[in-house]
Design a protein around this ligand. Structure first.
Ligand code: DC
Length: 219
């Protein structure tokens, strides 16, 4: 594809990046790329504790993995080895495993290549932690979404309750704070706003307001 359009959305866990990325991608009629799902899928496939394996052993397993993308907006489907990635990766526990794998250069290098390759084939709203800083530094539109830990834990709590899943607000707050700390302080590609990113503090905003701000930003 000639000159795909890349929009990046970075930010901490639970800030609503996926929801917003899907809707912005729908507005632009392009796919959205959930890069957290790529880290989660690797974590889910290799399993708890595998982040402590030898680098060569992890590399050998990564070499067997291929990510695909199809669809537009909220209908975008990310697949691993032709199998759509499902809801099983969406627990806070798998999120923490993903965060552990995300500290490993071998995993980041592998996913960087996979993400950039998708960005040559598709226009994307790409969301994650290092989209605007490392993966797509030349993207014309970059956003950084933020919100307080308490508000993010509340949002996650409400989401789990709506799904009928068990949820404990105190535990969720601790888990999100722990993951933030690890994502912001790792040596490779830590979570930080790109210099040219528009930062939106969503703590007191509803989804409609955030989406309106994003649409304005790409208009
Ligand atoms: O966005 P998420 O909660 O699904 O991401 C899961 C973990 O993956 C997150 O805690 C850190 C890691 N991650 C990353 O390091 N870089 C990205 N671009 C996306 C996710």
């Amino acid at each position: 594809m000639d000159n795909p359009l890349i929009v990046t959305i970075d930010g901490p866990a639970g800030v609503g990046k996926s929801t917003m990325a899907k809707q912005l991608a729908r507005h632009l009629s392009i796919p959205y790329l959930d890069t957290g799902a790529m880290f989660r899928a690797i974590a889910w496939t290799l399993g708890a504790g595998a982040w402590e394996w030898d680098t060569a052993q992890i590399q050998a397993r990564l070499d067997e993995m291929h990510f695909g993308l199809s669809g537009i907006g909220e209908d975008s489907v990310l697949s691993l080895n032709s199998v759509p990635i499902g809801e099983e990766i969406r627990t806070e526990e798998v999120g923490m495993w993903a965060s552990n794998f995300a500290t490993l250069p071998v995993v980041r290098t592998f996913l960087k290549a996979a993400q950039q390759e998708l960005g040559t084939r598709f226009s994307l709203v790409a969301e994650g932690r290092d989209m605007g800083t490392v993966i797509f530094p030349d993207a014309p539109y970059k956003f950084f979404l933020d919100a307080s830990v308490e508000e993010r834990a509340n949002r996650r709590y409400r989401q789990l309750k709506e799904m009928g899943a068990p949820a404990d607000l105190v535990v969720l707050t601790e888990q999100i704070a722990k993951r933030d700390h690890q994502d912001r302080n790792r040596a490779v590609a830590p979570l930080v706003a790109a210099q040219s990113a528009v930062t939106i503090d969503t703590t007191t905003m509803d989804k409609t307001q955030v989406l309106a701000a994003l649409k304005d930003g790409v208009a």
